[in-house]
Design a protein around this ligand. Structure first.
Ligand code: GUN
Ligand code: ZN
Length: 438
């Protein structure tokens, strides 16, 4: 893509908000808030961060400074579970998981047989992420090898940090969407060899869920994790009661749904397990012991009527948690809207969920969930300069509510409840403004 040149050193001024740790662990020390702050960027990386009053005077003469005073500058959002081929399925009415897959989702994924269609959707999808302030995502492709290829290519063209994988599915789905255990292994291995660790890209071994993989395929998924250390898994688990009953029938020897994945050696540190809605204390304890990551998908769990994620149980067990949209089961690309729904789900369980909890999960927490905290997630010097400007006056209602706030926590809470893509005034990738397009 043709981009205007970004100077090697430049700075952006605004209200800086980022997290140095999990507010659940570190309390108020987790949040860094600099009311009039400056981000100094060199070659796409954060070089310095601090009060504008101090840093402006130290900039080399002539350094361009973009003045975003009035906006909150925050690290780019991290979406830990989203399906790019379901972009056109979002907002499909009236079905719960198994019917929704069969009626809407599988036919839509079938269209990705056509690489040109896949390419068009990949471009729209990544631009939509960036428009919503999401600069990194863990993405499901389809069963087609080329669906992952074209997404990697589109992310590479945008210099985005992105993780994806070709879905592995060889049973219990339409014949036009099936691979085989052997072909899924070979295609995944070829994609890993070509893309994993290239530029800002990473591969995720992606068996869709227990129902759509043969024993042989699950063994091959585990073998890929053995053979390619550093490559992680993403899958679905314990989302819907019918799904859970079918898994129990198909895998009678396993102790429970998580036990199926355990039996195949798939529950490992950093593995991304989407949903985890109907877990008992044992499953939570085993997730925590493994260092696996429970990915909370609130808009999807509500939209598909799947259930309420128990964030308190995850916290008590010490399990790792990340936050995600799960589009197209999820109803919005916006991580602000996703935090909004996570708040309401926590309310339904009587559990606290602060604005700091939400913004932590959408930034540093997401980076930690994906094992990327050394590179992204906050404004520590040396990290990659992916960030957003959030406009507290983006809508009349947000402006009106914000005018009545007296603290940054109140402002963040208003943003999380009332904000969406309209609140994302601009997005930068590696220090380069990418949205709105210049
Ligand atoms: N379980 C298996 N596949 C899917 C999917 O595409 N979306 C959701 N929400 N759950 C799944
Ligand atoms: Zn999903």
């Amino acid at each position: 893509m043709n981009q205007p040149a970004t100077p090697a050193v430049h700075a952006v001024r605004g209200t800086l908000v980022d997290f140095l740790d999990d507010p659940q662990v570190a309390g108020s020390a987790a949040l860094r808030h600099i009311a009039d702050g400056l981000l100094v960027i060199r070659d796409g990386m954060i070089e310095r961060v601090g009060p504008a009053g101090q840093l402006l005077a130290q900039l080399p003469p002539g350094t361009p400074v973009s003045d975003r005073r009035g906006a909150i500058l925050m690290p780019g959002f991290v979406d830990a579970h989203i399906h790019y081929p379901q972009t056109d399925v979002i907002a499909s009415h009236g079905k719960q998981l198994m019917d929704w897959l069969n009626i809407y989702t599988f036919p839509a994924e079938g269209r990705f047989d056509d690489i040109d269609h896949a390419r068009r959707v990949a471009g729209f999808f990544l631009d939509e992420l960036l428009r919503n302030g999401t600069t990194t995502a863990a993405v499901y492709a389809t069963v087609h090898k080329h669906s992952a290829e074209v997404l990697f290519e589109a992310a590479q063209a945008r210099q985005m940090r992105l993780l994806t994988g070709k879905v592995m599915m060889d049973q219990e789905c339409p014949p036009y969407l099936r691979d085989t255990a052997v072909s899924s292994y070979a295609d995944s291995a070829a994609l890993i060899e070509r893309w994993h660790g290239r530029d800002r890209l990473a591969y995720l071994v992606t068996p869709r869920f227990a129902l759509t993989s043969s024993h042989q395929q699950l063994k091959f998924a585990s073998r890929l994790l053995d053979e390619y250390p550093g490559v992680r898994l993403q899958t679905h688990i314990s989302e819907n009661h019918t799904e859970i009953r079918l898994v129990a029938e198909m895998f009678p020897a396993s102790r429970d749904y998580l036990g199926v994945y355990e039996d195949f050696g798939l529950v490992r540190a950093g593995g991304l397990f989407g949903h985890c809605v109907h877990f008992d204390a044992s499953a939570w304890a085993r997730m925590a012991a493994a260092g696996a990551v429970a990915v909370h998908c609130p808009t999807s769990n509500l939209f598909l009527g799947s259930g309420l994620f128990d964030i308190a149980a995850a916290r008590v067990a010490g399990a790792r948690v990340a936050l995600a949209t799960d589009v197209g089961g999820g109803t919005s690309f916006s991580m602000l809207q996703t935090m909004n729904e996570a708040y309401k789900v926590a309310q339904m369980g009587g559990h606290p969920f602060t604005a700091q909890d939400g913004f932590y999960l959408a930034t540093l927490g997401g980076a930690r969930g994906l094992g990327l905290e050394a590179r992204i997630g906050n404004f520590e010097p040396g990290k990659e300069a992916d960030f957003v400007a959030l406009d507290l006056a983006a809508t009349p209602m947000l402006a009106r509510r914000t005018a009545q706030t007296t603290s940054i926590d109140e402002q963040l809470f208003a943003l999380m409840m009332l904000g969406d893509d309209r609140a994302v005034a601009a997005t930068w990738v590696l220090g380069r403004p990418v949205m709105p397009p210049t």
